[in-house]
Design a protein around this ligand. Structure first.
Ligand SMILES: *Cc1c(COP(=O)(O)O)cnc(C)c1O
Length: 425
């Protein structure tokens, strides 16, 4: 019988049957038919230390025998306390309060609700959120509303609350226009804020790299100017580091790399090292204090059944320890990407190369328009699978986001295969 499973982000009528994975080890996935695939995208951008990592497996085993789950309102436990402190140790000191949830979308919903209620608790009605074109913040309704640049969600448009999106100053190697683009975005934002500053609760951005929007990169300088502007007009700066967190940009967090401080930061994907669903939204003391009150109406009424799950928190502690013990693993990948990209720099089908830490991306030139629905995506995906690589181009954007345990020789072989595939199409 065909599988009863309805797969995510998949048109079931057109899709070939999914691959059954029986085992993972490091960068490798082993399929039921015996083939091995090199996971070049860390599964859905979550696997930091490789699959079936022994230290994470041991942590899970120990924690499962101790405390698998407990209600998180009125109760706490060591894994959550340790993880909260460990995360805070690495974030700017202004960020002091950690709110747990289960995935990137919920981390964003929490940030949305916190930002909105932050103003409300102080007697201000600020209802509109700002965001960036091409932004992606998750698939729940609130997260969709601030990422509605995506054409996937056209049918849901009438259900979404109002947001205002400004262009994202995406840049790449050899981009001569970058300062002009950044200046235009900042001018545009300044105009909006001057006209109607007190309508806006906050502005959401994926700092340094927009993920699902096509691995679009902006400069740290832009984030610095943005942060300055946001301070000047007194709205909240909200960083969605669900993807960029935990070393992806070459430093532990994009806020550290850009030397900027948000009011709220959303973390998920790499938080548990890719083991279990887990997320946090971290707030500044100033935000927390706006909820700290004798009035029950000022409470943040939000929580999920699995909030602060001990198994997930325990793997989070171990994962962060692994990152602390070996920062070279994520810091070193940028130079490797840069060096192996030399094989592609002169390729006639390759343009707009960009690298940010562990992430490398470029556009594949085609006769059709750039974007998610470019027909080259399924063709490339199939060709790479034939060659043993798990790559999932976003339209004609090809990107690499490997687990940090990939060796230089393995990464070089990935680039060689990409070159071969591009030569063949
Ligand atoms: C993946 C992602 C989300 C959503 O996370 P889920 O765990 O899939 O809900 C939100 N923001 C960004 C930047 C992401 O990359």
């Amino acid at each position: 019988m065909a599988s009863p499973i309805w797969q995510p982000f998949t048109q079931m009528k057109a899709a070939p049957p999914p691959f059954t994975v029986v085992r993972g080890e490091g960068i490798w996935l082993e399929l039921a038919d015996g083939r091995r695939l090199l996971d070049c995208i860390s599964s859905w951008w979550v696997t930091l230390h490789g699959h079936a990592h022994p230290a994470l497996a041991e942590t899970l085993y120990q924690q499962a025998q101790t405390l698998e789950h407990v209600i998180f309102a009125g109760f706490t436990h060591a894994p959550a306390e340790q993880l909260a402190r460990k995360v805070l140790n690495h974030l700017p000191s202004e960020l002091t309060r950690v709110f747990f949830s289960d995935n990137g979308s919920t981390a964003v919903e929490v940030a949305l609700k916190m930002a909105y209620q932050y103003w409300r608790n102080q007697g201000e009605q600020r209802q509109v959120f700002l965001g960036f074109e091409g932004g992606y913040h998750g698939d729940t309704l609130g997260a969709m509303a601030i990422g509605q640049g995506s054409s996937w969600w056209q049918p849901f448009q009438p259900l979404m609350f109002t947001t205002e999106l400004v262009p994202f100053p995406a840049t790449f190697e050899g981009d001569l226009e970058v300062e002009t683009k950044e200046g235009q975005v900042l001018d545009h934002l300044t105009r909006l804020l001057k006209q109607n500053g007190d309508r806006y609760a906050g502005i959401f951005i994926e700092p340094l790299v927009q993920g699902a929007g096509g691995m679009r990169i902006c400069r740290p300088q832009f984030l610095q100017s943005l942060a300055k502007l946001v301070r000047q007009f007194d709205l909240l700066l909200i960083y969605d580091e669900v993807m960029t967190g935990f070393g992806r940009t070459g430093e532990l967090f994009a806020c550290l790399k850009s030397k900027t401080v948000p009011d709220l930061i959303c973390l998920s994907k790499g938080l548990s090292g890719g083991c279990l669903p887990l997320a946090v939204t971290v707030a500044t003391e100033q935000i927390y204090q706006a909820f700290y009150s004798d009035d029950p109406a000022q409470t943040f009424y939000h929580g999920h059944s699995y909030t602060g799950n001990p198994l997930a928190c325990a793997t989070g502690v171990t994962s962060l320890t692994l990152l602390e013990e070996n920062p070279q693993a994520y810091q070193g990948l940028e130079a490797q990407h840069q060096s192996y990209l030399d094989q592609l720099r002169d390729h006639p089908l390759v343009e707009q190369i960009r690298v940010c830490g562990t992430i490398a991306a470029f556009e594949v030139k085609t006769d059709s328009a750039n974007g998610y629905f470019n027909v080259i995506a399924p063709i490339l995906k199939t060709r790479f699978l034939e060659e043993g690589l798990l790559l999932r181009p976003l339209g004609n954007t090809l990107y690499l986001m490997p687990p940090y345990c990939i060796t230089p020789a393995e990464l070089e072989s990935v680039y060689q295969i990409i070159r071969r595939v591009l030569d063949s199409i």
